[in-house]
Write a protein that binds this ligand. Structure first.
Ligand code: PEP
Ligand code: MN
Length: 338
């Protein structure tokens, strides 16, 4: 159930409503927006008479949430979620976030060159995998924590924030001091134990859409994190597997406005995995911004052809710089900055 409080409701009134909700056994999640407080009650509400809550002082209206996801739905935060990072950077606000970096952290020279390029282009976030979910166990699996330490150093030197993939619960703790945002990869979108654990973390989570997941399944996965009290979730469209073989995945641009309508969570787009082809990354990056994406996550490398993973979809640094310039003009045309 969703209880929307009146704009001028007092803290006492809000507390009284929370108590009344807890009394009937529902878990209350509170969000305080610019104009009003919204209380989402998750739990056994099916047989409840909601008019009882409507009568409480300070309540504007009460309704049931019909969607299976309760906290990810737009009704919880009608104005949209803005995820804020420790340096004040935001995802979900007017500025389209640029998250760029290699598929995998390879060595010091590589990650420092990339960090400098991200900074020069005006990007705010450095991405790079230290733990890589590879289709083959014989492929490069990532440098682990020593790689993350290199990326942290490179990011700090350039005033960037760090985004990196976590593959299992045991990696959360050692990664915590080294990342600003945990990425959950497509293959782990339904690793529910991992998601639950990330609900206890107080750092933003970038949750990628599974290879064969519907939008509803993506939102339900985000619910695992949100229901733990971590409301800083950023969704990511990265292409899904379809019968089409011309691209590595089929980039579902329409998922962006669909998610904007259904959910308050920010959504970023990954045109690198979305296409698997370097020559198509710019077109899909532009399409995503035009469709309302709150950010882009793009694979780049000084020696893209030789990248140890995902070389074919990785942009060279000059291509990235050119793309960001073009995106700036486009962002302005759709009422955003970049
Ligand atoms: C990645 O970002 O390098 C990655 C492995 O992405 P995905 O989980 O979308 O395949
Ligand atoms: Mn990759």
């Amino acid at each position: 159930m969703i209880v929307a409080m009146q704009a001028g409701a007092t803290e006492e009134q809000v507390d009284a409503v929370i108590n009344a909700m807890e009394e009937v056994g529902v878990n209350v999640h509170r969000t305080t927006g610019e104009f009003q407080t919204i209380l989402a009650g998750v739990g056994p509400t099916a047989g409840l008479d909601l008019t009882k809550f409507e009568m409480l002082p300070g309540v504007l209206n009460v309704h049931r949430i019909s969607a299976p996801y309760k906290l990810a739905g737009r009704a919880f935060r009608p104005e949209g979620t803005v995820v804020e990072f420790r340096n004040g950077a935001k995802i979900g606000a007017e500025k389209v976030a640029v998250i760029a970096g290699p598929c995998a952290i390879e060595n010091r020279e590589q990650i420092f060159a990339i960090a400098a390029a991200v900074k020069a282009a005006g990007g705010g976030f450095l991405r790079g995998g230290a733990y890589k979910p590879r289709s083959s166990p014989y492929s490069f699996q990532g440098l682990g924590i020593p790689g993350l330490e290199l990326m942290r150093e490179a990011a700090e030197a350039n005033g960037l924030l760090v985004v990196s993939e976590v593959m299992e619960i045991a990696q959360i703790e050692p990664m915590l001091p080294l990342v600003d945002c945990f990425q959950v990869g497509a293959r782990n979108m339904q690793n529910f134990n991992l998601l639950r654990e990330l609900g206890q973390v107080r750092k933003p989570i970038l949750l990628k859409r599974g290879i064969a997941a519907t939008v509803e399944e993506l939102l339900l996965s985000s619910e695992y994190i949100l229901s733990g009290g971590n409301y800083d979730v950023i969704l990511c469209e990265r292409g899904i597997r379809t019968y089409e073989t011309a691209t590595r995945n089929t980039m579902d641009i329409a998922a962006i406005p669909v998610i904007k309508k259904l959910s308050h969570l920010p959504i970023v787009a990954d045109p690198s995995h979305g296409t698997g082809r370097r020559d198509m990354v710019p077109a899909m990056a532009k399409a995503a911004v035009a469709a309302g994406a709150d950010g882009l996550i793009i694979e780049i490398h000084p020696n893209a052809d030789k990248a140890v993973s995902d070389a074919a979809q990785t942009l060279f640094l000059d291509q990235f710089e050119k793309l960001v310039g073009e995106l700036r003009g486009l962002a302005a045309a759709v009422g955003r900055t970049l």
